[in-house]
Design a protein around this ligand. Structure first.
Ligand code: KG4
Ligand code: ZN
Length: 333
């Protein structure tokens, strides 16, 4: 089965064609980063307007390198969660194309897309696995028992990990998206230079909290200003280590508690070089726990992952009708 995936939930306009939920025949991503950078974050209305401009050329490009519309069997589109105006662009285009081409259509949860992105990698995970989904809007631990069978084990109580990176970077005067800027600067820094608090979430030890960390950085900057040179690199490395430390600690705790043989990293923050290395280092301490770290391109927003989730949803018999709508707060299970 060949599925066209369409993704417009945030600031990337993306389309891809995936065969049998495993092989991306095309994978096109048009990013709006430059448009939002001068505002220091994603401006929802600008995102919608740019999706309207980009979505057809991006779909055309994805189809042209995969045999054209005649070569696809179905369409999958992100219908939530995300920015409502941005989601509506993809949903409306997908409905129109599905009707015009007489193809089945399915709405996909963006988080399920992230969870299943690893199936496009070299070593697709077997079930069950523990999925750490870390993005700009979400930080969640899922027990994945099969396609469409997910249980939320833990989540953030306040900021998402990506938000902690982005807001921290903003405080330090670094460009959007802050995660990338901090990752780069941190490479030359000392992770142990500054001690940041590690949050304890009472009564829910698989939940995360990052707002205290952000406040600690704010207080430090108010007191000492933003350092330059090596000081800035050290501060970035220490701040990053506090985020990554919490993610790795809780992900492994959950994997052990539920006796899961593998951990899959997913979402934009899984592009972080320190998180990728720390997860692998930690896994080396166990001989029965494998870590799957998909290529960076599969971690950040893309439409191939939406096509993968859509393929399995279609196989389970799910179909969307002409009344498919955006669901900006759609929870995964
Ligand atoms: O999954 P994603 O592309 O979009 C959402 O669904 O939110 O994730 C975007 C988030 C942003 O917060 C961005 O700063 C973060 O992923 N990010 C990173 C890195 N690359 C992207 N965070 C840390 N290190 C990175 N290398
Ligand atoms: Zn995402």
């Amino acid at each position: 089965m060949r599925v066209l995936g369409i993704e417009t939930s945030c600031d990337e306009t993306a389309a891809a064609v995936v065969e049998d939920g495993r092989r991306a025949l095309s994978d096109v991503v048009a990013t709006q980063i430059e448009i939002h950078r001068r505002f220091g974050g994603v401006v929802p209305e600008l995102a919608s307007r740019n999706h309207v401009v980009q979505v057809m050329p991006v779909i055309d490009q994805a189809l042209s390198s995969a045999g054209g519309p005649g070569a696809i069997d179905a369409i999958a589109v992100t219908s939530g969660p995300g920015l409502v105006g941005a989601l509506l662009v993809g949903v409306q285009v997908a409905k129109a194309l599905a009707q015009a081409w007489e193809k089945p259509l399915v709405g996909v949860n963006h988080l399920e897309g992230h969870l299943l992105a690893a199936f496009l990698g070299e070593t697709p995970p077997g079930f069950p696995f523990l999925g750490l989904v870390v993005s700009g809007g979400h930080t969640s631990l899922y027990l994945a028992r099969g396609f469409g069978d997910y249980r939320l084990l833990g989540r953030t109580r306040d900021d998402a990990a990506g938000e902690a990176f982005d807001k921290g970077a903003k405080l330090l005067g670094l460009p959007y998206p802050g995660g990338v800027a901090i990752d780069q600067l941190a490479r030359g820094g000392d992770r142990l230079a500054v001690k940041f608090p590690r949050a304890v979430v009472k009564g829910a030890d698989l939940d995360f909290s990052f707002s205290g960390l952000k406040t600690a950085l704010l207080h430090r900057v108010q007191k000492h200003g933003v350092p330059e040179g090596q000081g800035l690199a050290d501060l970035c490395a220490s701040y990053q280590e506090a985020i990554v430390g919490a993610l790795v600690h809780k992900a492994f705790r959950a994997a052990r508690r539920f006796q899961l043989p593998r951990l899959v990293l997913a979402g934009g923050v899984a592009a972080n070089s320190r998180l990728r290395a720390a997860a692998v280092e930690q896994a080396a301490e166990y001989d029965d726990l494998e870590v799957i770290v998909p290529p960076v391109k599969l971690c950040t927003d893309n439409a191939a992952m939406i096509a993968v989730a859509g393929t399995h949803a279609l196989e389970r018999g799910l179909r969307a009708g002409a009344d498919l709508n955006a669901d900006p707060a759609w929870r995964l299970q």
